[in-house]
Design a binder for this molecule. Structure first.
Ligand code: ZN
Length: 312
């Protein structure tokens, strides 16, 4: 199958969003557009195929009716979701459940393992990953007594940093940060603390009990010791992570590189620059799926890109 499945992104207004998604060529609906759901079959943002034999079909329809495109993977939904996040302001401090908690408490939803590649950020930008409580009892005490400054672990970030956020990890993307997120196909977030902000005059809902249920203690940073950078043709490609939900690769090409799509399927995002794939033009902001059996292809031009697939 040599069909490239280009996706039409779904753009979302968020109280913390900005207007930087315009840099990717998107027609953003508001000046507070926080998320681009770039490759998604979730009901809250189901991408439509832009062109080719399957033009006009949603990714969920393709998954349900043409599973051969995806190597006949046994899953009732497209397993991954790719987003670009423009956080002009801070996101709430939050946590996600794992598959078993979500299945039981969230109508059979997937849990959410996610990871972040920092595309750009302000010079003094930070994020929150993890907490300082030693036990689950201390987690509960710090939340219920609002000991926020003692509780969360806030660290400086720079362009090119990468973070794996396992279920149960307290986290928050902070303002001035542009991120490519690869995650499970899930929209379940438990909000622990929202800095007392109001949306339409009201605070957003918090999920204190669920958060206490799922936050793991103590926090242990992911070692990320499997990262390997390779030079292939005119490209430099780094394997950022391999976990039980996905594998994620980041690359730069300046010239040409021959690659092989030999997985069940792969998600590809063009993060910067322009060029082509097998003669089909590519530019910053394009997102597409290479289906099962795509096999050998060339990327030509000057581009930064991200590739993800299921663990093999
Ligand atoms: Zn999250």
């Amino acid at each position: 199958m040599k069909e490239i499945l280009f996706m039409k992104p779904v753009l979302k207004n968020m109280i913390w969003g900005g207007n930087r998604l315009r840099e990717f060529g998107y027609d953003i609906p508001t000046e507070t557009t926080g998320e681009c759901w770039a490759i998604s079959a979730h009901k809250n943002g189901d991408c439509v195929v832009k062109s080719g034999a399957f033009a006009g079909m949603t990714l969920s329809e393709l998954w349900d009716n043409h599973r051969e495109l995806f190597g006949n993977v046994d899953s009732d939904r497209y397993p991954l979701l790719i987003k670009i996040i423009d956080a002009k302001n801070d996101l709430s401090i939050q946590v996600h459940p794992d598959d078993s908690y979500a299945k039981e408490h969230e109508n059979g939803s997937f849990g959410k393992t996610e990871c972040w590649y920092i595309l750009d950020c302000d010079p003094d930008a930070t994020i929150i990953v993890g907490h300082n409580a030693k036990t689950s009892e201390e987690v509960k005490d710090m939340i219920l007594n609002e000991r926020w400054n003692e509780f969360y672990r806030e660290i400086p970030i720079k362009k090119g940093d990468f973070f794996q956020i396992n279920p149960g990890t307290l986290h928050a993307i902070k303002g001035g940060t542009l991120i490519l997120e690869t995650q499970q196909n899930s929209d379940i977030t438990y909000r622990v603390y929202d800095y007392g902000r109001l949306q339409n005059g009201k605070p957003r809902e918090l999920h204190v009990q669920q958060s206490i249920d799922v936050i793991t203690a103590p926090y242990v940073p992911d070692a990320l010791d499997s990262q390997v950078t390779e030079t292939i043709g005119d490209a430099t490609i780094t394997k950022l992570i391999s976990c039980d939900k996905y594998e994620v690769y980041h690359g730069f090409v300046d010239g040409t590189v021959k690659l092989t799509q030999d997985k069940s399927f792969q998600n590809v995002s063009i993060l910067d620059g322009e060029g082509d794939i097998c003669g089909t033009p590519l530019k910053k902001g394009d997102h597409f799926i290479l289906p099962c059996g795509f096999e050998d292809y060339c990327l030509n031009g000057k581009m930064e890109f991200m590739i993800s697939n299921l663990p093999q």
